[in-house]
Design a protein around this ligand. Structure first.
Ligand SMILES: [Zn+2]
Ligand SMILES: [Zn+2]
Length: 371
C-alpha cells in the first residue's frame, strides 16, 4: 500500500467509526495507533480527551497544525462524519507521517482535537500553549461550493461568533378557567419572539441598527427551541424555556446583543411578576485570521503554484478553532470539496478522498518552507 492509499484507508477507518462530541474513545485510540505504527521519531502525547504528536527538532520555532475528530448526529439520531472531520484528521496524520524523518528547521505540534461541534474541544486544547511555546497555528476545513482541492482563505474573520442562550421563565400555575389568578410566561415568550423578529433577516455583512443601537456588522438571533407548560387543557402553565442562538460578526457586538436580550427579559419578567434565569451553552468565539500571516501563506502558495481563492465574507457558522487563534497568529482555511456535492451536515455528505493530497500539500509547504 503506498503512502496516499494508507492515508485514504485511515480516513475510511475513521469514517466507519464515528463518535459524537466528547464521546471519541475509539477515534482517539485509532489515531494514536496509526501514528505509533507509522512514525519513529514522533512524540505522541495522549491528553485523555485529545492528543498531539510532537515533531521535536529542538528548534527555536514551533508551528501547530490542528485537526478535529468528532462526528455529528443525523436527523434520525445516527452518528456519522457529516462535517468531514475524518478527512481533516487523515490529512493531519498523513502530514505527521510524511515529515517524521525529515529536518525542517522547526518543531511541529500535530494537534488532534475532540469536540469541535459543541465548542468544548479547542478551549481544553489551549492547554498546549502552557506546554509548548508555539509561534503560529494552522487548520483547514473541507468546504462544499468550491472546486475540488482549491483552498479558500480569509484575511481576518473566517467564522462568526455564536452562543446558545437558554432562557428559563417561571410564573404561577392556575386553573385554565381562572388564568387571571396565575402568571403565564407565554406572553413574555411571544413578546421576545417579536422583539427578535428583525434579527432573523440577513442583509449581508453590513452595518445595521436594531432597537436604536448601531452595530458595525451583522448580528443575528435564531429561535431554536420553545417549551411552555404541558398538554393539559385545564392548566394555565407556570414554566417556559426558550432557546436562542445568538450570532455576531464580532464578539464585542455579541456581548451587546446578549445584554439587550437579557435586559428585555429582565424588564418584561419584572413587570409581569415572572422569575427568570439564563444559561449559556456552545459558546464559539469568532475565528479570526492574522492578516500578515495570511499574506505570507498566500505568497508561499502562489510560489508553489497551489490553487487558492481569496474569500471576502466570513461564514455565518462558527468554529471553535477561534479559541486557539486567540493565543498566536493563526491561519484557518477551507479546502474545496467540489461545487455540487451535498453540503456539510447533510445526511448525504462524505469527505472527498480525492482532496487528501491537496490538503496535505497546503499544510506541507507551510511546514517545510516556513512563514
Ligand atoms: Zn460541523
Ligand atoms: Zn466541522
Amino acid at each position: 500500500m503506498d503512502y496516499l492509499e494508507k492515508i485514504t484507508a485511515f480516513r475510511k477507518l475513521l469514517h466507519a467509526n464515528p463518535e459524537a462530541s466528547e464521546k471519541e474513545v475509539v477515534t482517539r485510540k485509532l489515531i494514536k495507533e496509526f501514528l505509533e505504527e507509522n512514525t519513529q521519531n514522533l512524540e505522541i502525547v495522549d491528553k485523555g480527551r485529545w492528543l498531539y504528536g510532537f515533531h521535536n527538532e529542538g528548534a527555536d520555532e514551533t508551528y501547530l497544525f490542528r485537526a478535529d475528530f468528532d462526528a455529528i448526529l443525523s436527523e434520525d439520531g445516527q452518528c456519522y462524519h457529516g462535517c468531514g472531520h475524518d478527512g481533516h484528521t487523515a490529512i493531519l496524520a498523513g502530514l505527521a507521517i510524511k515529515l517524521d524523518k525529515e529536518k525542517l528547521g522547526r518543531n511541529i505540534v500535530y494537534l488532534f482535537q475532540h469536540a469541535e461541534e459543541n465548542a468544548a474541544g479547542a478551549i481544553e486544547c489551549t492547554e498546549i500553549f502552557k506546554e509548548k511555546k508555539i509561534d503560529y497555528a494552522f487548520a483547514l476545513h473541507g468546504h462544499v461550493g468550491m472546486p475540488l482541492g482549491t483552498a479558500g482563505i480569509h484575511e481576518e474573520v473566517v467564522c462568526c461568533a455564536s452562543e446558545g442562550m437558554l432562557i428559563h421563565l417561571k410564573g404561577i400555575q392556575s386553573h385554565a378557567s381562572t388564568p387571571e389568578k396565575g402568571i403565564n410566561p407565554a406572553y413574555l415568550m411571544a413578546e421576545l419572539a417579536l422583539f427578535l423578529r428583525p434579527l432573523c433577516d440577513f442583509d449581508g455583512f453590513v452595518p445595521m441598527t436594531w432597537q436604536g443601537e448601531n452595530y458595525n456588522n451583522m448580528i443575528m438571533a435564531t429561535i431554536v427551541y420553545q417549551r411552555l407548560g404541558e398538554l393539559a387543557f385545564g392548566v394555565s402553565p407556570s414554566t417556559a424555556d426558550m432557546g436562542l442562538t445568538l450570532r455576531a460578526y464580532n464578539e464585542k457586538e455579541m456581548t451587546l446583543l446578549q445584554e439587550k436580550v437579557e435586559n428585555f427579559i429582565k424588564e418584561g419578567a419584572e413587570k409581569q411578576g415572572l422569575e427568570f434565569s439564563f444559561t449559556y451553552l456552545d459558546i464559539f468565539p469568532e475565528t479570526r485570521n492574522n492578516r500578515d500571516l495570511v499574506g505570507r501563506v498566500k505568497a508561499l502558495w502562489e510560489k508553489e503554484n497551489l490553487p487558492f481563492i481569496e474569500k471576502h465574507y466570513p461564514h455565518r457558522g462558527s468554529e471553535d478553532f477561534g479559541h486557539l487563534a486567540k493565543y498566536v497568529p493563526s491561519c484557518y482555511f477551507e479546502l474545496g470539496l467540489g461545487i455540487d456535492s451535498p453540503p456539510l451536515h447533510n445526511v448525504g455528505f462524505e469527505f472527498k478522498d480525492e482532496v487528501i493530497a491537496d490538503g496535505l500539500a497546503f499544510f506541507e509547504v507551510i511546514a517545510r518552507k516556513g512563514v
